[in-house]
Design a protein around this ligand. Structure first.
Ligand SMILES: [Zn+2]
Ligand SMILES: [Zn+2]
Ligand SMILES: [Zn+2]
Ligand SMILES: [Zn+2]
Ligand SMILES: [Zn+2]
Ligand SMILES: [Zn+2]
Ligand SMILES: [Zn+2]
Ligand SMILES: [Zn+2]
Length: 551
């Protein structure tokens, strides 16, 4: 709080005030405005002979008309910007500080009763009480904190935080697919917040879904990492049909927006496993899932991937994401057409991507496997808890994936397990996989209370049974995850992309004698090779390092 001294007269007739270190003397100069009110009337004007500061004597301290206990003293804070606690306008350097709360108030607000236009929050003007006066739960957000300014309509007993007066009315947040709107009261019931998961008191204002049962604390809903800042009141809702990814063109026949030919539905019972078939959307094998196959070419999508909505919300980004099937990025000196790097799992992928619309430029990009992980998701490794987003931002540095050690913001917490975290890469390791070592399907195991040693049948190195690994129940094989999936599990075999002057094809490494990498000359060990005309590469790194890459 600001120490308020007394204004008094110096021996030579100057004014000494806490506002300025030197005495101020009466002046008739009208060319420089008063730093308090910006006016140029000469009556009562003083100036400092050393600093060229002009100010009206009456502008040094203002007693607010609505409350004589509010003394507002002009203060000089060189280099600082202030936001008025009443009208939120910004001032530079000179501001009035309230003797009671220490809060900044602009000159215009200091001179009139502290009232504001209630906007859509209430039907009468609201009286503003600077902080510290008293505390009541806010009718709009339910929070009772003495630290925030409160506004009151006394006849109505309506109390609202200054910062809650202009809460948005209808918004979309990244934790829910429907619009939510602010309601003065949720009503009775056991409400839990869709963002912080804590209880929401139904007697106060909150956001609730217009379509289903979903509630969010007013303050949780407008966090910058939850809400994109767009008010949707009065904005007509998008026609949901616009976001449908395909049109039905016949019985079991669709036209998907990502492909030029019609696709035919193949049901689960009709699927014959073909290990070369990978979904063009998620890049995972089709296995026994229903899928849509192209009537003309090798394009294929899981039924679930064909149904992915063109628009999505994701907890890692506040703006809406749009589904794309092709990617193009200009990167430094080479262009990259095809695989992209998923922002949350950091793995390269040649399938579909959800991309944040960042003013025409591609922003945040996430693959469709990672999009399928949501708050409340139950991962089979932890069947008794749910993946949730940490509400405590301060611990996000400490959150490290319990399996791989990856840290950062995109790591999930597990309910009831304060010691466990899971990253997107680990959460999306396929539960089923194939490898030419074993003719059967391999399944992901999360831990085994085993005595004795396990060995990976591919690399012949030890497998830790307490960690995740693949196994075949028929053959009792144990295999490292990395050995089964290879270095780039989400680059589809058969896909092509351009890197510099190379047009590369991703091929299975099924050669009788393993080809040599053109860059590092070693025999290629990975489960795929990258082929460009008659040369082979072992990895994307070796393609990038190749001297002939540049055009
Ligand atoms: Zn003035
Ligand atoms: Zn509030
Ligand atoms: Zn009222
Ligand atoms: Zn909340
Ligand atoms: Zn798929
Ligand atoms: Zn990903
Ligand atoms: Zn991990
Ligand atoms: Zn291995």
């Amino acid at each position: 709080m600001e120490e308020i001294g007394e204004t008094h007269e110096s021996a030579d007739g100057g004014v000494l005030s806490p506002f300025h270190e030197h005495p101020l003397y009466p002046t008739k100069d009208s060319s420089t405005p008063c730093v308090g009110c910006d006016g140029d009337e000469t009556a009562g004007k003083c100036s400092c002979h050393i600093c060229e500061i002009y100010v009206h004597k009456d502008c040094l301290e203002i007693i607010n008309p609505s409350n004589p206990t509010y003394h507002l003293s002009l203060t000089d804070r060189y280099g600082k910007l202030f936001r008025c606690s009443i009208c939120t306008s910004i001032s530079y350097r000179y501001i009035y500080l309230c003797s009671f709360s220490g809060l900044p108030v602009c000159e215009k607000c200091a001179r009139k009763p502290f009232t504001i236009d209630p906007g859509r929050a209430h039907e009468h003007p609201l009286l503003v009480f600077l902080k510290g006066s008293f505390s009541f739960p806010c009718d709009a957000c339910g929070v009772n904190d003495a630290k925030s300014c409160l506004c009151l309509c006394i006849p109505c007993r309506f109390t609202i935080h200054r910062k809650c007066v202009y809460l948005p009315r209808v918004i979309c947040i990244n934790r829910h697919d429907h619009r939510i709107s602010h309601v003065p009261r949720l009503g009775s019931g056991n409400w839990s917040c869709g963002v912080c998961r804590k209880e929401v008191n139904g007697m106060h204002g909150a956001f609730s879904c217009l379509t289903c049962t979903f509630a969010v604390h007013s303050r949780c809903a407008i966090r910058s990492n939850v809400w994109d800042g767009i008010e949707l009141e009065g904005v007509p809702e998008e026609d949901p049909a616009k976001n449908l990814p395909f049109k039905v063109v016949g019985e079991g026949l669709i036209k998907h927006f990502t492909h030029e030919h019609n696709l035919r539905l193949i049901n689960e019972d009709d699927i014959l496993y073909d290990k070369s078939k990978q979904c063009h959307g998620c890049v995972l094998p089709i296995f026994f899932n229903a899928c849509y196959i192209c009537t003309h070419c090798d394009f294929i999508l899981h039924e679930t991937c064909a149904n992915l909505s063109k628009k999505k919300r994701h907890p890692s980004v506040s703006r809406q994401l749009t589904l794309y099937a092709k990617h193009y990025y200009g990167m430094d000196s080479f262009s990259w057409d095809g695989p992209f790097s998923c922002f949350v799992c950091s793995q390269r992928c040649s399938g579909f991507a959800y991309v944040e619309d960042n003013g025409g430029r591609p922003g945040f990009t996430i693959d469709v496997r990672c999009v399928s992980i949501y708050a409340g998701f139950v991962h089979n490794s932890q069947p008794h808890s749910m993946l949730v987003i940490s509400d405590d931002w301060s611990v996000s540095d400490r959150n490290k994936c319990s399996r791989c050690g990856k840290g950062g913001n995109d790591v999930w917490c597990l309910t009831g397990r304060e010691d466990l975290f899971m990253c997107y890469k680990c959460a999306t390791i396929p539960e089923l996989a194939m490898h030419k070592y074993d003719v059967h399907l391999l399944s992901l195991r999360f831990s085994e209370n085993a005595i004795g040693d396990y060995w990976c049948d591919i690399c012949e190195k030890i497998v830790d049974p307490h960690k995740w690994f693949y196994t075949c129940d028929m053959c009792s094989t144990t295999l490292h995850i990395d050995c089964v999936l290879g270095a780039e599990p989400y680059l589809r075999v058969g896909s092509t992309f351009k890197l510099g002057r190379f047009v590369l094809e991703v091929l299975s490494n099924d050669y009788a004698s393993r080809p040599r990498c053109d860059t590092c000359s070693s025999r290629i060990e990975d489960i795929v090779v990258y082929k460009s005309e008659d040369v082979y590469f072992c990895s994307l790194t070796c393609i990038e390092k190749n001297p002939r890459r540049a055009r």
